[in-house]
Design a protein around this ligand. Structure first.
Ligand SMILES: Cc1ncc(COP(=O)(O)O)c(C=O)c1O
Length: 446
């Protein structure tokens, strides 16, 4: 006599596939013996301890609201109103939301580029950030980036320590690091780091994990922060999948990821001369590293529009992760089999037949011009206007191409002519934007 209302399957709508009825047997609540994610003292505590051991952390916390909740909790645990946080401008939207909740203010760091393509934040940019913003409480780095480009976390950590700050790491796309020597190293030295286990490991969406390291973080406040950004009714199937993903990694992680890396190498080799890729050597030359299981097809360099290219690849039966005007991102994971290699290779090889004209370039993301604090703008009265009418006004919303979920325009930023041009080009180019209304209008502060 307890929730959930489907009562272990009996109340599941009958038009749902039978599988849902089966799954409902596992969809339980905090019954005797099932522990409580928000106050774990039994099986969930044990599972989290095993996760910490497998991922070389001091403490690990299962997240049932995605890495987004972990990112927000990190910021809430560490910062308060008025604190400054160094934030490279390639941060995921959850970073901005965490700043709004906590009242902390971002100090933006530039993201290095290669021919307009975003790489990551450099050690020098971090040093310069601390010089210009002395007393910054924390730095939050996204590494790897969506494209698998990794910042030099070891060196960055030294700079953070010299400045008595906290290192927060959004490692959403790097949960598999540490399970193959062919992958970049995991960011073990961060005080807190968040991994989306549903992105690169076998957990159900949106299962994720937050790891703590060292004595800089107040665990009590961290737990309170986690309670504040997560549902009070955690999904047990999701928790089960996190524990199972941990076991899979602990027992077979190396074997599985060595194999994925070998397939990635084979695919990369077979695409030589077909389409330019973002290459590890090129990225290393710039002081970064690359996850080779992320294949960024630099279609624009070959004169091919990325959205056209991904459409062609899809017609050949292969869905890719992301398509932009000048590139396509394809991800290899544990679900990928050697049998699929041939199909994928021939799908990609069609691109060679395309008539590559002049390089397709997408305008660089316009420089941010913050005018109001994130919180001031978030709580400001606002109205919708056309993109053109918004030029010169202050944005009351985030406009975010999804994926990758990095805001082009943040709350509190002046809408420049360039930003309006960029967003119009994105809409025309078929890029999915979150943040405009259904008429393509932008919300501005009044
Ligand atoms: C860099 C980065 N951080 C955080 C997130 C949020 O992850 P989740 O979807 O697990 O909430 C994403 C999602 O795309 C991301 O790309």
């Amino acid at each position: 006599m307890h929730v959930p209302g489907h009562g272990g399957g009996g109340g599941i709508p009958s038009h749902l596939p039978l599988l849902f009825k089966e799954l409902a047997k596992y969809d339980l609540t905090e019954l005797a013996g099932l522990d409580d994610l928000h106050n774990p003292s039994g099986v969930i505590r044990d599972a989290q301890e095993l996760a910490a051991a497998a991922f070389a952390a001091e403490e690990s916390y299962f997240l049932v609201n995605g890495a987004s909740s972990g990112v927000m909790a990190m910021l809430l645990a560490v910062c308060g109103p008025g604190d400054k946080v160094l934030v490279p401008r390639n941060a995921h939207s959850s970073v901005y939301h965490g700043l709004i909740f906590s009242g902390a203010e971002p100090w933006y760091l530039p993201v290095a580029e290669d021919g307009g393509f975003p790489l990551n934040v450099t050690v020098d940019a971090v040093s310069e950030g601390f010089r210009c913003c002395p007393g910054a409480k924390a730095l939050i780095v996204t590494s790897p980036s969506y494209y698998g480009v990794c910042a030099d976390i070891k060196e960055i950590e030294k700079v953070v320590r010299r400045n008595n700050a906290i290192l927060l790491l959004d490692e959403a796309h790097g949960a598999h690091f540490g399970f193959s020597d062919k992958l970049p190293p995991a960011g073990l030295s961060a005080d807190l780091r968040v991994q989306s286990w549903h992105k690169t490991l076998g957990a159900l969406t949106p299962g994720a994990v937050l790891h703590r390291q060292g004595g800089q973080i107040d665990s009590f406040r961290l737990r309170a922060a986690l309670r504040s950004v997560q549902t009070s009714s955690p999904s047990y199937p999701l928790l089960l999948s996190l524990d199972a993903a941990r076991k899979q990694m602990a027992l077979q992680g190396r074997e599985l990821w060595d194999s994925v890396c070998c397939m990635a190498e084979t695919l990369r080799d077979s695409l030589k001369g077909v389409i330019p890729l973002l290459e590890r050597e090129a990225v290393r030359d710039k002081g970064f590293d690359l996850d080779i299981t992320r294949l960024t097809l630099l279609t624009g360099t070959a004169g091919i529009n990325g959205i056209t290219a991904s459409g062609l690849i899809r017609e050949a039966g292969v869905d890719t992760e992301l398509a932009y005007v000048d590139h396509v991102l394809a991800i290899l994971g544990m679900g990928f089999s050697a049998l699929e290699l041939e199909k994928v290779t021939s799908a990609f090889k069609q691109l060679k037949g395309l008539d590559g004209g002049e390089a397709v370039v997408f305008p660089a993301v316009p420089a941010a011009e913050p005018v109001l604090s994130l919180r001031q703008a978030w709580f400001s009265p606002s109205r919708n206007v056309s993109l053109r009418d918004a030029v010169g006004e202050v944005s009351a919303t985030f406009v975010v191409p999804y994926p990758p979920g990095i805001p082009v325009l943040a709350v509190g930023e002046r809408v420049s002519e360039k930003a309006a041009d960029y967003l119009e080009a994105a809409v025309t180019g078929g890029i999915e934007l979150r943040g405009l209304d259904s008429y393509g209008r932008l919300r501005i502060c009044i």
